[in-house]
Design a binder for this molecule. Structure first.
Ligand SMILES: Nc1ncnc2c1ncn2[C@@H]1O[C@H](COP(=O)(O)OP(=O)(O)O)[C@@H](O)[C@H]1O
Ligand SMILES: [Mg+2]
Length: 308
């Protein structure tokens, strides 16, 4: 029986189609295909040795399926357990402990709550929030952004306390973090696969979304800075257990501050990342997923932390 790699995706096609074609063209005893699910029986193992998950954050049944597959020894990229547990605030504090530079960051109580939660339900919250001391810590300008989020949704750069309130008033039930803005001289985005394969891309957050990646010019990084960035990416992806991720740094005074490093289903569309980066992603992902397939099934001990 050949080993099997299943791919789970949303609307994207260029990445999964090219990945599947690449794996199948290598003529090893490993095949790749779109995974097909239609009800998961608790006692039955998964038919896949590896599943590359690009969409379960949007489809709860997929989460149930993937955790079950992991329990049965399937290598799921990325871990369905940790992916749901992780958040930007925890990640930032963890990065700090690992010696990776991060912006000063504060987690905030939400602006509002679901109907069943009233003032009486919130006995543990200090009220009102001491905004002045929070801003004393982060400084201005600052970024207000969700502690769990992506796709640049609810990202506010604020320059004053009234601007912060105005932004905060729009965040409803989200848990937000307030973060020192790193006023950068360089911005670096890295694609990381298999925790240790790092591609430093030329990516400019100031450009429109579809023009941000530009492989035509290499990103000029001082050798020392490049070495630090590579090391920090591996440190972060290893600690978080992500095998498919992008990691961003804002460089201020030569120091790379980690800004966003939990993009567990990064945009790999050919039209977004361009031919050169796309080819690297397809080849590196095929190499890595096939390595995982050869080693599967993953030995699982029945303590949930072993699954992470
Ligand atoms: N603390 C910060 N300092 C400087 N720029 C930031 C900071 N936080 C966010 N940004 C900018 O905002 C963008 C979106 O924030 P990010 O944390 O990546 O949110 P998302 O997960 O929605 O992509 C980043 O790519 C970066 O350009
Ligand atoms: Mg981001």
């Amino acid at each position: 029986m050949p080993k099997k790699i299943g791919v789970m995706v949303g609307r994207e096609r260029s990445f999964p189609d090219a990945f599947i074609a690449e794996v199948n063209s290598r003529n090893e005893d490993i095949v790749a295909e779109y995974a097909l699910l239609g009800g998961t029986i608790a006692a039955a193992p998964s038919e896949y040795d590896v599943i590359i998950d690009r969409i379960s954050h949007e489809v709860p049944y997929y989460q149930a399926h993937l955790k079950h597959a992991a329990l049965n020894g399937t290598v799921v990229i990325n871990s369905p357990f940790w992916k749901l547990a992780d958040d930007k605030f925890f990640g930032t504090a963890l990065a700090d402990k690992l010696g990776v530079a991060v912006p000063k960051t504060v987690a905030l109580p939400s602006h509002s709550y679901i109907d069943d939660i009233t003032g009486d339900s919130l006995s543990n919250l200090k009220f009102p929030i001491d905004w002045e001391s929070i801003l004393d810590y982060t400084g201005l300008p600052a970024y207000l952004k969700p502690h769990w989020g992506g796709g640049w949704k609810h990202i506010y750069k604020v320059n004053s306390l009234p601007e912060l309130w105005h932004a905060y008033n729009q965040t409803s039930t989200l848990c937000m973090i307030l973060q020192e803005s790193i006023e950068w001289e360089q911005y670096v985005r890295c694609i990381c696969i298999g925790k240790t394969h790092v591609l430093i891309t030329n990516w400019d957050p100031r450009r429109p979304h579809h023009l941000r990646y530009d492989a035509s010019k290499p990103l000029p990084l001082e050798p020392e800075l490049e070495a630090r960035v590579r090391k920090d990416v591996v440190t972060l992806c290893t600690a978080l257990g992500y095998e498919m991720n992008t990691v961003e740094f804002a460089v201020r005074d030569g120091i790379p501050y980690a800004i966003d490093f939990m993009n567990t289903a990064p945009d790999f569309a050919k039209e977004s990342i361009g031919d050169v980066y796309f080819e690297w992603v397809i080849n590196t992902m095929a190499d890595y997923a096939m390595e995982c397939a050869r080693e599967a099934p993953k030995k699982v001990t029945y303590r949930w932390d072993a699954l992470l």
